[in-house]
Write a protein of this length. Sequence first.
Length: 253
Amino acid sequence: MKYVGGELSVITTEEEIIMSNRSKTYQDQVEKIHPEDSYEPEEALETVKELASANFDESVELAVNLGVEPKHADQNIRGTVVLPNGTGQEMTVVVLAKGEKITEAEDAGADFVGGEDLVEDIEDGWLDFDIVIATPDMMDVAGRLGPILGPKGLMPNPKAGTVTFEIEDAVEEFKAGKLEYRVDKNGIIQLPIGKISFPTEDLLENFQEIMDILIRERPAAAKGKYIRSIHTSSTMGPSLKIDPGSVMSMLGR
């Protein structure tokens, strides 16, 4: 229910229901944009920066809806990317290892290093971390964490570079901002591309890097329109649509 022209009226649309639960600041931000319009990438990123009003350095988020069927293994897009300008986020890295690899992980700057003890902590509900890296000889123990870490996208996986004996390289890369991306069950990939405090050109470079990778990784089995939609937003701000055609032109595709 809401008041319209001094009278009580029933909210009838899903959009109105959602907006009625949003903050006044958010609603004011929406009034400054055209939600149905598609923006050029640079214009969208500049607008996201202009609209940001939180009292912290918000992340700039990217969501790409791909024309794939993730339930098919050959269309389950997953990998890692090192953004040219980083993400601006401090990553908390856990390493599951044993022997000399424990020392190697600690020297490389891992935040938490251990074996069975850390596995038990996670089983007990501890999840205060962003990345879990495991050596291959720890996967028999780490495998117990599948039901906990799998749904959160945190389970160590060779394709993501998080199951490896090259612990030093892995820790340093993820601490420097290496990101894992994976398509969800709806065909959407979501990840941060920087902070509001980043210059627009840095955000644009990061955006281009991700889009170039996703386009190059189009599965041969994917049919029809591949890039269905692209949206960007700040942590607390409204979402802006980016024109897929302008992205293809920008990348020379």
